[in-house]
Ligand binder design. Structure first.
Ligand code: CDT
Length: 345
């Protein structure tokens, strides 16, 4: 009997299992936003979100992903006293201004994810995303794990990136059963880290929504500026493929308060293929038809975690934070020249 036809062959069993799995189609969308200026009211932003929900309804969309910090301008670009910064945080969700968004989405039977700044009654400040099911219930909250930037005012920068001043960090990558599958979220800088996707993949995620605000200028190393779109695409593409999941990346892009930010909201398949990408830097609905059952093509074959992963070999990933290179090679005569006699590098 050939290997392929052995009934106990795991590859054959996996192939049979996902060939029989019923399809789980969803029409999903990235609800990209253009700039939100400092003076823009919450009401005006909610109007724009509802306009995208209405357009999604016209197109038969089931789920719309909205960006990180969607309700306000990206305020970490400014150093402010706390009394001034507090205006950018939501204290209730839904609150008086956002209830209309929940009502509109529920009326159309559309689910959504939404990023915003949250202040809790006990004084925590976090960069959060929520996921809302089609019938209006909040499925879960995700708190940004990788909070980038700096804490103190840095005068050498053209604009600040003070997320580490304004937000505490989250400490888990939860997944939930919703939208007929297993779903998760991540926020902006999280998308650059492979651990994000792997933790979500280990939670069984089949669909991950990622909101972002990505300035095109990266002050610590401007040579990366021209690569912003390339980096955005490769990280999400690789995360989708290596974990057999769909990924929706959604931007607040365009020129906001003098800072130009990446748009290019995109939807990726478990194959790593790009299914749809934004054409503008403004408010735009980017739509794709997906089938969550397709995740099994990758999760049960090439990336069958249970069969192929080697967690006992990956201990460095959780045991250490910084890289620990091997010790330096033996010193050469040149290395022994006093430092002040060496050529400058
Ligand atoms: N919002 C956010 O996380 N933006 C970062 C900018 C680079 S770090 C200063 C990002 O990873 O896109």
């Amino acid at each position: 009997m050939s290997k392929e036809s052995t009934p106990t062959d795991p590859d054959a069993a996996a192939a049979a299992a996902h060939a029989e799995a019923p399809s789980r189609p969803l029409r999903v969308a990235a609800g990209q936003l253009g700039p939100v200026n400092r003076a823009d009211s919450r009401a005006s932003v909610v109007d724009r979100l509802i306009a995208l929900i209405d357009e999604a309804a016209d197109q038969g969309v089931d789920l719309v992903a909205f960006p990180e910090l969607a309700l306000t301008t990206f305020f970490p670009r400014w150093f402010m006293p706390w009394e001034e910064a507090e205006q950018f945080y939501e204290t209730e969700m839904p609150g008086p201004e956002t209830q209309r968004l929940f009502d509109a989405a529920k009326a159309h039977g559309i689910g959504f994810t939404l990023g915003y700044a949250e202040r809790t009654p006990d004084g925590h400040h976090r960069n959060v995303q929520i996921m809302v099911e089609r019938e209006g219930s909040i499925v879960g909250h995700y708190y940004k794990v990788h909070v980038p930037g700096h804490r103190e005012y840095e005068p050498w920068r053209e604009f600040q990136h003070l997320e580490r001043r304004y937000f505490e960090q989250g400490d888990e990558f939860p997944t939930w059963r919703a939208f007929d599958g297993v779903v998760g979220m991540a926020t902006c800088n999280d998308r650059r880290w492979p651990e994000t996707y792997r933790c979500l993949g280990l939670g069984g995620a089949e669909l991950v929504m990622i909101g972002y605000n990505t300035p095109l200028h990266y002050a610590p190393d401007p040579s990366q500026d021209r690569l912003a779109g390339f980096h955005n695409r490769i990280v999400m593409q690789a995360g989708a493929y290596q974990n057999g999941m769909f990924v929706i990346g959604v931007a607040k892009g365009g020129l906001e308060e003098g800072v130009d930010s990446l748009a290019e909201s995109s939807i990726f398949a478990p194959s790593g293929e790009l299914l749809a990408v934004a054409e503008t830097n403004g408010d735009e609905l980017v739509v794709a038809d997906i089938d969550l059952a397709m995740c099994a093509n990758y999760k049960e074959t090439l990336f069958q975690f249970e069969r192929y992963r080697r967690p006992e070999v990956y201990t460095a990933i959780t045991a250490q934070k910084a890289a620990i290179p091997p010790p330096p090679l033996h010193q050469t005569p040149t290395d022994q020249v006093p430092t002040d006699q060496k050529h400058a590098t």
